[in-house]
Design a protein around this ligand. Structure first.
Ligand SMILES: [Zn+2]
Length: 156
């Protein structure tokens, strides 16, 4: 079992990419890659479960190859690393926390994107969306956070 957490600031002049989808919003997430906090949390959950360290070690923001890279591509790479380590993904569950925009309508499509990158059935991925009840930086619409857990099974 592995856990992942991520948060990125919302800034003007960037597209909003979450769960591999481009979502219409006045601001986007700041970061070196496409700053997809949900996918980054999922990557760290995979690495955590396989005891492979964390996203910063494998895809450092000092690496020019990671600049503006699609995080879904990084998730697919993480999935192949986990497979090489001898594990298969049982399921992934994630929660994305955003005050604005409301993400409920995108949950299923986000889960499908994650499943596709992991080469697993869509039924093995669940994405939940919440607000932060107006509290803190996330609640004030200045950031979007995400949590994820992943269960792996050892291949024989
Ligand atoms: Zn991130």
């Amino acid at each position: 079992m592995g856990h992942g957490y991520d948060l990125h600031r919302l800034v003007k002049g960037r597209p909003l990419i979450l769960g591999g989808l481009e979502i219409k919003h006045a601001k986007g997430l700041a970061g070196h890659s496409d700053a997809d906090a949900l996918i980054h949390a999922a990557i760290d959950a995979l690495f955590g479960a396989a005891r492979l360290g964390d996203i910063g070690e494998h895809f450092p923001d000092t690496d020019e190859r990671c600049k503006n890279i699609s995080s879904v591509a990084l998730l697919a790479k993480a999935a192949s690393m986990v497979a090489e380590a001898g594990y298969a993904v049982v399921n992934v569950d994630a929660t994305v926390i955003a005050e604005r925009p409301r993400l409920g309508a995108y949950k299923t499509a986000m889960a499908e994107k994650i499943a596709e990158a992991l080469h697993i059935e869509p039924g093995k991925v669940n994405v939940k969306a919440k607000t932060n009840e107006g509290l803190g930086e996330v609640g004030k619409g200045r950031a979007i956070a995400a949590h994820a857990v992943c269960l792996l099974v050892k291949n024989n």
